[in-house]
Ligand binder design. Sequence first.
Ligand SMILES: [Zn+2]
Length: 460
Amino acid sequence: MNHVDLVVRGGLVASAQGAFTADIGIDGDRIVQVGGSLEGTEEISAAGKLVLPGGIDVHVHLSSGRPSSPSSYAWVDNFYSGSLAAIAGGITTFGNMTFPWPGDTLDQALARDLEQARNDAAVDYILHPVLFDPSEQARLALPALAEKGFRTLKIFLTETTFNSRINEFLEAIAIAAEHGVLVLMHCEDGALLDAISTNLTRLGRTDISEYALSRPDFVEEAAIQRAVSISQTLNAAVYAVHVSSAKAIQVGRAAKQRGLPFFVETRPMYLHLTSEALRAPDGPKFVGAPPLREVEDATALWLALQDGTVDTVASDHAPWSLEAKLDQRLDFRTARQGVADLETSLPMLFSEGVRTGRLSLSRFVELVSAKPAQLFGLWPRKGVIAPGSDADLAIWDPTYEYVIEAARHQSRADYSVYEGRKVTGAPVTVISRGEIVMSDRVVSAQRGRGVWLAAQPPSR
Ligand SMILES: [Zn+2]
């Protein structure tokens, strides 16, 4: 009989391969034993429950994209409130987009976010440097960043500079690829978006209700095709963030079939909502880029979750206040993009996917924990319940029923795009590096207890 600090007893332990009933032994911050006989100083019963590796949401926005001024609206969560939202949603690791402020180097931007996260984050995290200016200085900084464990680079194909400075961007991507850095791309073509915007503006159609029309699926298709061609040209691992349409999915699927190191993320909103929501009077609440699509697109995304075309589901948590989203002065060009979803992402996917039989439990685990860990250099420390891995566990009650109400959320965003939706299945107890941070749905985690994770060279 092995004596350990904490035993999670009798749950159905799930991995990307399958599930089996076992006790889990935790000593300090690590899992030391799965199965066999165990005795714990503390014990948690997980009988009748599912024990999943903690969720890994690799795409969130918990730090500001620019210096905040009292008059400007900004995202309302920080690393602390965002961590609490993550925990409530069964997530124990997040990946934050780190935007350089004007004049910042990548190192300066990362240093600022690292300090804030060190003070505030209550779960573990990685940071993705965003490359807006592919200057020689920025390119030369990439190998050292990779060496330190920053093995991602985010690029916006929406930026005008992506076209005007394409050679510099290609050089940066080539350097990234040589150093085992995964290149994250926002795939909507900036030049085409500009042309559409000019047309609509000339016609006087600038109302925010034109938002979906201003960013059509073929503009996403063009950009993701270019991302695939870049991956092939430079032999670069490329990861398309928040893929939203059937057209774009088909491009991603074809790239995989050709054996390219091309990876696809989708965002939960596209699975559960359509552009109809954008046309309602409160439509601006649902604005994100790319915009919500049609029923056929959602159907294509569900199929892509099943057949492996989609590698990960990430929330793209971008928390605004309702007041900021519904600001009457906004038009389709200035609309505030993004929605809060850290807390609802996994329960919605579980309820709509696993409970309905569209996703197996192991596929769910793969999409929200195992695959993100593998792609982002965290495996096998994260993403799996095995001896030696961090003790990051989410104990789910698959029968727990509740109604989504933003007023009860940990996030400071004061509305949810799923307000009023009924959900079946929720994390009830969450353990982060051996510490119980949610118990019976009550979150309690100390500010600053999260640690930054250096990514290993990715295993794909
Ligand atoms: Zn984002």
